[in-house]
Every structure is written in C-alpha cells, then in structure tokens.
Design a protein around this ligand. Sequence first.
Ligand SMILES: *[C@@H]1O[C@H](CO)[C@@H](O)[C@H](O)[C@H]1NC(C)=O
Ligand SMILES: *[C@@H]1O[C@H](CO)[C@@H](O)[C@H](O)[C@H]1NC(C)=O
Ligand SMILES: *[C@@H]1O[C@H](CO)[C@@H](O)[C@H](O)[C@H]1NC(C)=O
Ligand SMILES: *[C@@H]1O[C@H](CO)[C@@H](O)[C@H](O)[C@H]1NC(C)=O
Ligand SMILES: *[C@@H]1O[C@H](CO)[C@@H](O)[C@H](O)[C@H]1NC(C)=O
Ligand SMILES: *[C@@H]1O[C@H](CO)[C@@H](O)[C@H](O)[C@H]1NC(C)=O
Ligand SMILES: *[C@@H]1O[C@H](CO)[C@@H](O)[C@H](O)[C@H]1NC(C)=O
Ligand SMILES: *[C@@H]1O[C@H](CO)[C@@H](O)[C@H](O)[C@H]1NC(C)=O
Ligand SMILES: *[C@@H]1O[C@H](CO)[C@@H](O)[C@H](O)[C@H]1NC(C)=O
Ligand SMILES: *[C@@H]1O[C@H](CO)[C@@H](O)[C@H](O)[C@H]1NC(C)=O
Ligand SMILES: *[C@@H]1O[C@H](CO)[C@@H](O)[C@H](O)[C@H]1NC(C)=O
Ligand SMILES: *[C@@H]1O[C@H](CO)[C@@H](O)[C@H](O)[C@H]1NC(C)=O
Length: 539
Amino acid sequence: MWTRNVIVAAASLAQAWPHPGGSAVIPIPQSPPSNAGVPLENFVSFSIEFSYFPDYAGNATHPNTFSNSLLENIRAYSGSKPYIRVGGSSQDNALFVESQQEGAILNFASPTADQPANLTFGPNFFQSYHTWPNTTFTHGFNLKYNSTAAHEALLAEAPYACSSLRGQLLAWELGNEADGYSFGYPGSPAYRPASYNEADYVSEWLNLTRAIRAAMRKSCPDLASNSEYEYYAPSFASSPGFSMLDQIKAWDAGLDTDHDLKVFATHHYQAAATDPGISLQATLMNHTVTAASVNYVINQSNVMHAQPGYPPNLPFILGEGNSLARQGAPGLSNSFGAALWGVDANLLLASQNISRFHMHQGTNYRYQAWQPIDTPRVTKGTKAPYYGNIAVAAFLGDLTVPANRPHVINLPLANELQAAYASYVHGQLSKIMLINLHDFNATEGNNYTTPTHRGVQTFELQIPDSCSDRTASVQRLLANGSDAVSGVTFDGYSYNYELAGGKPVLLGNVTRGETVRAGWGGVMRVGVEDSSAVMITFS
Ligand SMILES: *[C@@H]1O[C@H](CO)[C@@H](O)[C@H](O)[C@H]1NC(C)=O
Ligand SMILES: *[C@@H]1O[C@H](CO)[C@@H](O)[C@H](O)[C@H]1NC(C)=O
Ligand SMILES: *[C@@H]1O[C@H](CO)[C@@H](O)[C@H](O)[C@H]1NC(C)=O
Ligand SMILES: *[C@@H]1O[C@H](CO)[C@@H](O)[C@H](O)[C@H]1NC(C)=O
Ligand SMILES: *[C@@H]1O[C@H](CO)[C@@H](O)[C@H](O)[C@H]1NC(C)=O
Ligand SMILES: *[C@@H]1O[C@H](CO)[C@@H](O)[C@H](O)[C@H]1NC(C)=O
Ligand SMILES: *[C@@H]1O[C@H](CO)[C@@H](O)[C@H](O)[C@H]1NC(C)=O
Ligand SMILES: *[C@@H]1O[C@H](CO)[C@@H](O)[C@H](O)[C@H]1NC(C)=O
Ligand SMILES: *[C@@H]1O[C@H](CO)[C@@H](O)[C@H](O)[C@H]1NC(C)=O
Ligand SMILES: *[C@@H]1O[C@H](CO)[C@@H](O)[C@H](O)[C@H]1NC(C)=O
Ligand SMILES: *[C@@H]1O[C@H](CO)[C@@H](O)[C@H](O)[C@H]1NC(C)=O
Ligand SMILES: *[C@@H]1O[C@H](CO)[C@@H](O)[C@H](O)[C@H]1NC(C)=O
C-alpha cells in the first residue's frame, strides 16, 4: 500500500523536476513508515551444505581459520557472527555411524557430482562446531531416511549433537525440503509414496522431534526444556512445480503443536542454473525480476502470518537460498553481478520484514561466497558474492541491540536497472544504498578492437530537511565489471585469501574517503558507475 503511494509521489516529482535522462529526483522520507522492515540479529547468515561443513569449518586439529576470518569481517559490521545453518539436501542423505572415526565419509556417484549421493558421519563430525569462536548454529537431522535402522542412528546421534552444540545452539532442524520427498530430486529416487501428504509429514515430524527430545532429556536435560528445545521448520522448497506439499497445509495440520518452532523457515532461489536463457542482466541484474522473486517470498510470509494460530512474533525467514539453484552457473552466480544481485535481493527482503536470510554455501558451488579448501575443481579463496554479504552487513549495521536495529525501506524507482534503499536508526535517516545494475562487462570493456564504455549514472536524492546540511560519507562496492570474479572491493578493502588469509586489506588503488553533501533545495547528487553500488552514511 505504502509502496504504491510512493510510486505516485515519485512520478509527480519527475514531472516537477525533469532533468536530462528523464530520471526523477528520489524523495527520501523524513522518517520510516510504520511498516518498514526491521531485520533480526544476523540478517546476513549462511547455510552450509551438511556434507561440506567439515570443509568450511575444519576440525579440532585443522580449524579453518580462513572461514573464521570471513565470518569475523561480517561481525565487525553486524556485531555478531552470522548464524550458520548446517543442512541442505545432504542432511537428508546422511547417516550417523557411532563407531566411525572420520568426521564424515562422502560417497559420490560420479567424480563431478556437486554433492555426495550419501554420507556417513561419526561423533568427530561435531568437532567442526567448535572451530569458529562465538558462532551459533542450527544442526540438521535426517527426516528422509525412515527405516528402523535410520531411526536408531538418529537417536544415537542426538546425545552427541546436544552435548556438542550446548552454548552454541540456535535451533535444530529435522528434514530438508520434505515437500520433495515423494517427487525425488534429479538423479535421486522418491523416498515417499505419491500419496504422501502434509498430515503424514507432520505426524512423522512430531513423532521424531518428540523422540529426539526424549533422547536429549537423558543426556542434555537443559537443552530439552521448553525454552531451549526449538526448531527451524518446515524448511520446504516451496517451489512451484517442485513442491508436493504445501507449507500452509503443514501448518494447519499441526506442525507447531508442541510450540517448538523458533522461526518459520522456507527456501528460495531466484532462478535455477539449468533455466534456459539465463544471463546476468536478464536474470539477476534487473530489479523488476528480483522484486518478482522477492514478492513470491513476501506473499508466503503474509499468507503464513494470516494463518489461524500463527504467532504474530514468530519470525518468517529464508533458511536457505541464493541466486541460481542447482549450485549456480559459472560466469553468472560467481561473478560480481551476482554480488550486486545479492545486495538488491537481501535489502528488498529486509525492507519487507523478512527477518533473516541464510545464503547457501557448498564446496565447489558456483554461487558460494567462499571456497573453504583447495580442490581439483576450485581454488580456495574469497569469491565475488562475499562482497555483497559485506555490503549488506555494512548497510544494516550492528543488529545485536533490538532498539538500535535499522528500519529499512526500498525507494521505488522508474528505472528497473537501478535500486535504492534507505535505513533509519532511532527514527533518523542513517544510510542510503544505491545500486546501478546496468551491465558493464569488463571483458568487453577491455576489448581493444571494439571496447565498450562504462557509464556513470547520477542519482539525485531529495534529502529530508533534518539531514540536508550534513556531510555524508560514501563507500563503494566496486570491481572491474559485472563479469569480474576477482578484484572486488568494498570501501577500498579486499578480503581475498591471497592477501591476508581473508582478513581486511586496504588497497591503495581504489577510490575511497569521498564525502557528499546536499546542494540547493536539499538535492544530493551521487554518481554510480554501471555495475556497482554506493553506500551513503549520515553520521
Ligand atoms: C581433520 O581434518 C584433517 C584435514 O582435513 C583430516 O586429515 C582429519 O582426518 C580430520 N579429522 C577427523 C577426525 O576427521
Ligand atoms: C551411497 O552412494 C554410493 C554412491 O552412489 C552407492 O554406491 C551406495 O549404494 C549408497 N549407499 C546407500 C546406503 O545408499
Ligand atoms: C567471544 O565474545 C565475547 C563476548 O563478546 C568476547 O569477550 C570474546 O573475546 C569473544 N571471543 C573470541 C575468541 O572472539
Ligand atoms: C517410511 O515411509 C514410508 C512411506 O511413507 C512408509 O510406508 C513406511 O512405513 C515408513 N517407515 C517407517 C519405519 O516409518
Ligand atoms: C516414530 O518414532 C520412532 C522412534 O521413536 C520410530 O521408531 C518410528 O518408526 C516412528 N514412526 C513414524 C511413523 O515415523
Ligand atoms: C527487466 O525485466 C523485465 C521482466 O522480465 C523485462 O520486462 C524488462 O524488459 C527488463 N528490463 C531491462 C532493461 O532489461
Ligand atoms: C500468495 O500465496 C497464496 C498461497 O500460496 C496463493 O494462493 C496466492 O495466489 C499468492 N498471491 C500472490 C499475489 O502471489
Ligand atoms: C516484522 O517481523 C517481526 C518478527 O516476526 C514482527 O515482530 C514485526 O511486527 C514485523 N513488523 C511488521 C511491520 O510487520
Ligand atoms: C572484441 O569484439 C569483437 C567484435 O564484437 C569480437 O569479434 C572479439 O571476439 C572481441 N574480443 C574479445 C577478446 O572479447
Ligand atoms: C562478458 O563478455 C565476454 C566477451 O563477450 C563473454 O564471453 C562473457 O560471457 C560475458 N560475461 C557475462 C557475465 O555476460
Ligand atoms: C582491473 O582493471 C585494471 C585496469 O585495467 C587491471 O590492471 C586489473 O588487472 C583488473 N583486475 C582484474 C581482477 O581483472
Ligand atoms: C589494485 O591492487 C591490487 C593489489 O595489488 C591488484 O590486485 C588489483 O588488480 C589492482 N586494481 C586495479 C583496479 O588496478
């Protein structure tokens, strides 16, 4: 409703102040509307594929300090380490083997498969929960394997899980995308009959969460209490054409009978790596396309909040997602363009009160923020999408104290290759993010036969009176072009592995330290290079 009013306001301002190029002065509200989004602590969170968690975190003798540095960089902005969900399809292909010495043994059907067909893990798997200081996790239990032996393994796992995660536990999770169990993933058999329905799912989920709790009562009674025993659920793919179960019906069938949902989690990817005709500009670097994808999630949140018995304060979050499902596409989801998409998508979600987004990661994945170890397929290193996470964390700021959390709004623009956001802290304008999604391909730009020119678009902002005489600082998210997979910086800093193992390194050759001030009539003008973003901070 509010969005529609502002579109009208923007259009009338455009008529009042036409200027070359035909774009409008962007009105920045004096104070946030009451329906502005307020992110929860660790809005910038990650989901790590269960089978690859030991790669990301390492273990007691070989902790992955590179990963820790990258998480620490985000903490420097957000006040606490990102929450880590350990889960994904492999959580439902994992069997606990109490006698196994190795943390995890992954069995691949083919050497080039992105994920193991299955894995076994032993008590030492849980060492990986102790390599990153001050980090909080969700641990994913297997719901899909439902033989008697699998249920016995699950209940044998529970005491190790609770004693390992004590003090670092955000919540448990049981099952990943159970709405696909009767459908089967590509290359994977269906694990439930076609008749499998929401009531079946809920009855299994309640039965096993109660059984796990009973097992924990014996070994970790403190974690089996009403206040500590909580879940991320239902963690459905909720994808048209894929989902055989409906999360609304699962709710209505009594998913929260035991009142142990910590958050209502759903999964979402903007598109899939296997979709025909995907490109950076058409699929990720177009605000209209991103808004349609985000609106799909917002609608689910609205529909859930309208369900009878849905507690108003039960957060609705994205427990898993990223740019292109099926682990991403090379040249697209691993590029700087995907980092710019990440800024747009994350801030649009935050502005619509989606409380948290766990962006999914896995070894060798094409959308990963970082590759935690060297493999024959991918070099260990910080990848371009990570810089999108950094920019989002910088924009949202310290989220640890509820009263200091920002109120985030999207600023509607006529140009669908631009996006803009404003944040307010204690009711005062705090930051503005401007994203220029116009594709500039550096490979083409550096083509000496037919080079292309990198344009600069000037955003004009109508700054509220209360801030119009203040000098604001400018921080840029930059790379050579949308296709760049290296050389990315935020505010002149690189977090690349090669430089200081993922710790921040200030580069001397990148523009930083700029300031900007509104001119006559309170209009601020900021140039933003094609395929880049700018954060403006009022202090
Ligand atoms: C710990 O990690 C190292 C390096 O990956 C590996 O060689 C070792 O087997 C792991 N330990 C366990 C218990 O899995
Ligand atoms: C695990 O995956 C491997 C590789 O595809 C396969 O040979 C094996 O049968 C699977 N094991 C189970 C228990 O499904
Ligand atoms: C963990 O967090 C606490 C509280 O903020 C802090 O005092 C401590 O230094 C942190 N530990 C590490 C290893 O970062
Ligand atoms: C496993 O699920 C199938 C299909 O829903 C069901 O027929 C079977 O009884 C289940 N097995 C157990 C041990 O619950
Ligand atoms: C219910 O949980 C028990 C473990 O406590 C398991 O043995 C049984 O198969 C489960 N039943 C169903 C229908 O999932
Ligand atoms: C952005 O995406 C929309 C929806 O697919 C499309 O209609 C529009 O042409 C795209 N805009 C540009 C400039 O590519
Ligand atoms: C919102 O979701 C509901 C439930 O899935 C669906 O029936 C409805 O069509 C959706 N509305 C929009 C505007 O997408
Ligand atoms: C945003 O979500 C939180 C957590 O669910 C809720 O408490 C708050 O009321 C929501 N705000 C709006 C404007 O809907
Ligand atoms: C440079 O552009 C020309 C004309 O579009 C093209 O034929 C050539 O392949 C390009 N070279 C590179 C290195 O991209
Ligand atoms: C960038 O341009 C090069 C040369 O034309 C092309 O091969 C590549 O696919 C482009 N990259 C993207 C992400 O569009
Ligand atoms: C970026 O462009 C500069 C100037 O053309 C070049 O020196 C540098 O190597 C490029 N960086 C990357 C990562 O391609
Ligand atoms: C800036 O310096 C870094 C580190 O020396 C180098 O890798 C990068 O290519 C340089 N960037 C540009 C745009 O010249």
